[in-house]
Design a binder for this molecule. Structure first.
Ligand SMILES: Nc1ncnc2c1ncn2[C@@H]1O[C@H](COP(=O)(O)OP(=O)(O)O)[C@@H](O)[C@H]1O
Ligand SMILES: [Mg+2]
Length: 415
């Protein structure tokens, strides 16, 4: 009987809190999973940044990647690991690199999702010095346009926002042509969308997907950052929860994103997804607080499952099965069921559920101990100190840690 080790690598940037929790719970779990006649252990390591030989084998089975959407040396290392060493990575790096918000709108429109009317607008300004061909190109092919006409067709009011999104950068709600022109003037070299505003929505939900696991949070965009993820629970019917599960997993399976968050607005019985190209979503206790334990546990379960089973990485995205469903003469609800079935198959929902029940039934209790610990409190504090001014660190660390305790009280584990 031999001991075999599965290696989980953390590809990190400025993250502080969730990796500490991930490592803390993993250590407490001290997993020994039977594997045939052998026993499987798990080793977690933070990945260093250094020169690498393309032929040097990557030792990890799974990499949780939170770095390479902006740090490209690591992104290339990960791509090489997938191509040469059977590495499984959250998320598919090619897909993160190439599928912007715009593509996500187009793809989900093609699948029939009720995405609000959206137009793309060429940029207002250019880098003429470094792009000498721009002038001639625009003189020949650039068509003068009136933003008011675009607005009339998109519908007023609309949101002017970058085609690639992220962090509410340059997002403006414009209600009339004058405001639209002003926002466009300010957009500079950014490529912008004009998207019809979903006015009068009664729910704003962020649904986080992690592998086959999903979690809906009632979101308040008008609140200060630390209160935007509200602590409301059971705030909508199970049918809505299930609907957003299907939408989120469809998007994630389509794009090969293991973790992502999907923003959707609800009005008059319809869910309008508006922002769902957020692979590698916010995982910080300073914004997730109450929901952070759920997220940390989801990281753990999906990492352990994919490492233990050596889940093969889907190197290509293969969109055809989704398009086949889209072409069927079926109501949208039935298409969505079929998209979600493809997602459940790709994300191995049934196998994951069975694996978790068999090997990780104690994870909730072990994680609960961690979330109660001084070690966890220190991680929360360290993250808070990195973000807040010195005089607010004490108050906000206490606040975030108390919300983690509230989650524990509301979700007591079976022991
Ligand atoms: N079509 C829309 N209808 C209503 N509100 C919107 C719409 N688009 C954006 N918003 C508002 O603007 C915010 C930021 O836009 P979003 O597309 O989420 O950009 P980002 O990618 O920067 O998060 C959203 O959280 C929402 O409050
Ligand atoms: Mg958003």
């Amino acid at each position: 009987m031999a001991e075999i080790t599965r290696y989980i690598g953390l590809s990190l940037g400025a993250d502080i809190c969730w990796p500490a929790a991930f490592e803390g719970v993993m250590k407490r779990l001290d997993l020994r999973i039977p594997h045939g006649a052998d026993t499987m252990k798990f080793d977690v390591e933070r990945i260093s940044i250094e020169p690498f030989n393309l032929r040097q084998k990557v030792k990890y089975d799974v990499v949780i990647d939170r770095l390479t959407h902006w740090y490209h040396a690591s992104r290339e290392w990960i791509k090489k690991g997938i191509l040469m060493d059977d590495l499984y990575v959250f998320n598919n790096p090619w897909s993160v690199q190439s599928n912007e918000k715009h593509t996500s709108y187009a793809a989900m429109m093609a699948l029939g999702m009720p995405i609000p009317e959206t137009w793309m607008i060429p940029p207002k300004a250019y880098d003429l010095q470094n792009q000498p061909d721009v002038k001639l190109t625009l003189q020949k092919y650039g068509k003068l346009f009136d933003l008011k006409n675009v607005g009339d067709q998109v519908g007023w009011p609309f949101f002017l926002k970058p085609y690639d999104g992220g962090g509410w950068r340059a997002v403006t709600r414009v209600a009339d042509p004058k405001a639209a022109w002003k926002a466009y003037e300010n957009s500079g070299r950014m490529v912008m969308h004009a998207q019809q505003s979903v006015e009068g929505f009664d729910r704003f939900v962020r649904c986080i997907g992690f592998g086959p696991q999903t979690h809906c949070v009632s979101y308040d965009p008008s609140a200060p950052l630390h209160d935007r993820y509200t602590m409301k629970t059971n705030f909508m019917p199970a049918t809505d929860v299930e609907h957003l599960r299907k939408v989120t997993l469809t998007i994630n399976a389509f794009f090969g994103w293991d973790f992502n968050s999907c923003e959707a607005l609800h009005r008059d019985g319809t869910w309008y997804p508006i922002d769902y190209a957020n692979p590698c979503p916010d995982s910080q206790v300073t914004s997730l607080h109450y929901h952070w334990p759920w997220l940390v546990k989801s990281y753990l379960r999906w990492a352990i499952f994919t490492a233990a089973t050596k889940k093969p990485m889907r190197k290509t995205l293969d969109w055809e099965p989704f398009y086949k469903v889209a072409a069927m003469d079926l109501p949208y609800a039935e298409k969505l069921d079929r998209y979600a079935a493809i997602a459940d198959e790709r994300l191995q929902t049934a196998q994951f559920t069975e694996f978790s029940a068999r090997h990780l039934s104690h994870l909730d209790a072990v994680a609960d101990d961690y979330f109660a610990s001084a070690e966890c409190k220190a991680a929360v504090r360290e993250k808070t100190a990195a973000l807040f001014p010195a005089h607010e660190v004490e108050r906000f660390s206490e606040l975030f840690f108390s919300r983690v305790q509230q989650y524990r009280a509301d979700n007591p584990p079976q022991r």
